[in-house]
Design a protein around this ligand. Structure first.
Ligand SMILES: [Zn+2]
Length: 419
């Protein structure tokens, strides 16, 4: 007989129940239940809500019972923007930046993303698997149950496809769900550093790398870094059109270090998400608010780079855009594995309320990955992905910044082993 599990002792059960994605004031509606319970069968949620009601469910009587002892339970967190597979930290650059060198200056000197490219190309499959798997375990220990993961440190046919294959293996090796994104257009690889080289590389992506990734079913999304020093709007448009034709949905990195028009392109191509957005203007905000494109904000980048500027989250929310939050876990600009830390930064630096921050990295993040019908909230029929925090009030999750209060994570009803 299939195991049924009854979780009680949820001082607060934050269900996020209701329609998604959340826009405007609805972003604060988190479906808070005091003294809640969750009934789980075969990895799915059978019932969730006030304990007195859930306990009356016919299946509750014979269920295995687990009393959480007065903790806070939220949906499993969804990290919708990461660069999970990388070979080495860039702690030396971190020190250079503290001494005054800019991110762009370091990149021009061969550091930055290109140093991660050299490291990944030189690393073995086993080494990349082992380190990425350890990161996933730590993410899960902070409450994350689904992770979008991009390529982009291979930048050639062999290593972009290799990274996608490693992501597939990682998905089978451990419980956290992985959503693979091809980001071959992260920066122009060194082999193409010559006049016209960027367009030649775009050509190679469109003719070779994208079709191979699509043919083997290795990627769900295709991303482009639209930025000075990376790719232009015209080049991104070309890649997005090719991706669409092959059944890969677009995502975009845009307006991180300067305004280049990437946000408007995201609206034009009906991208699943447009990420960063630190430099959007008022017209961009209006266009995004009218669209169904998720705006994924990544406050870890501004924090780690020591920048004063953060994306205008309040204006985006108030205009009605779909705002989500992610870690942007990567070795150069945001080496964190913790969505609760991203929530702390979003609250303190971007003035999201704790409720908004939680909705942004659950239901809205799930929407950006096309999975809001299955994950992102605690409702009957959905996957039993849950994060349990050893706090008394959900607001304490971002409040205790830099401290991990997540004490248990469940993926499809099963406890994820702790690191
Ligand atoms: Zn990124």
């Amino acid at each position: 007989m299939a195991e049924t599990l009854l979780l009680t002792g949820c001082k607060q059960l934050v269900t996020l129940a209701g329609p998604g994605p959340r826009r405007g004031r609805a972003l604060r509606e988190i479906g808070l239940v005091e003294d809640g319970a969750v009934l789980i069968r075969e990895g799915r949620i059978l019932s969730a809500g006030p304990r007195t009601r859930v306990e009356k469910h016919a299946a509750a009587r014979r269920a295995r019972k687990m009393d959480l002892g007065g903790r806070v339970v939220t949906p499993g967190l969804v990290d919708a923007h990461t660069h999970l597979v990388f070979a080495a930290s860039r702690a030396a650059e971190y020190e250079q930046r503290i001494a005054g060198a800019s991110y762009e200056k370091i990149a021009k000197a061969g550091g930055g993303i290109l140093s991660s490219v050299r490291a990944l190309r030189a690393a073995s499959d086993d080494e990349l698997l082992r380190t990425a798997r350890a990161r996933l375990a730590r993410m899960a220990a902070h409450g994350t149950t689904t992770v979008e993961a991009k390529t982009g440190y291979g930048l050639d046919f062999e290593n972009e496809l290799r990274t996608l294959k490693l992501l597939r293996r990682l998905g089978n090796l451990q419980p956290v769900e992985i959503v693979p994104t091809l980001l071959a257009a992260h920066v122009v690889p060194p082999e193409y550093h010559r006049p016209g080289g960027a367009d030649e590389y775009v050509d190679r992506i469109v003719r070779l790398i994208l079709p191979a990734a699509a043919l083997e079913g290795l990627a769900e999304y295709c991303d482009v870094f639209v930025e000075r020093g990376a790719f232009t709007v015209a080049q991104a448009r070309r890649i997005m059109a090719a991706a669409r034709a092959l059944g890969l949905k677009p995502r975009l990195h845009a307006e991180q270090l300067a305004r280049t028009g990437g946000a408007r392109l995201a609206v034009e191509v009906e991208a699943a998400s447009v990420d960063h957005l630190d430099f959007v203007n008022s017209a961009d905000i209006r266009a995004l608010a009218r669209s169904d494109v998720a705006c994924i904000l990544l406050p870890g980048c501004s924090f780690h780079l020591g920048l004063a500027r953060y994306a205008p989250a309040r204006r985006l929310i108030e205009a009605g855009a779909i705002v989500a939050l992610a870690t942007d876990c990567n070795p150069g600009t945001s080496p964190t594995l913790s969505l609760p830390m991203a929530m702390s930064l979003a609250c303190t630096q971007m003035r999201l309320t704790p409720a908004e921050a939680l909705a942004a990295c659950t239901i809205n993040a799930a929407y950006s990955l096309g999975r809001h019908a299955r994950i992102g909230s605690i409702e009957p029929g959905k996957d039993a992905d849950l994060a349990v925090f050893d706090v008394e009030d959900y607001r304490e999750i971002p409040y205790y910044f830099g401290v991990n209060y997540c004490s248990m994570t469940l993926k499809c009803g099963k406890t994820v082993p702790r690191v």
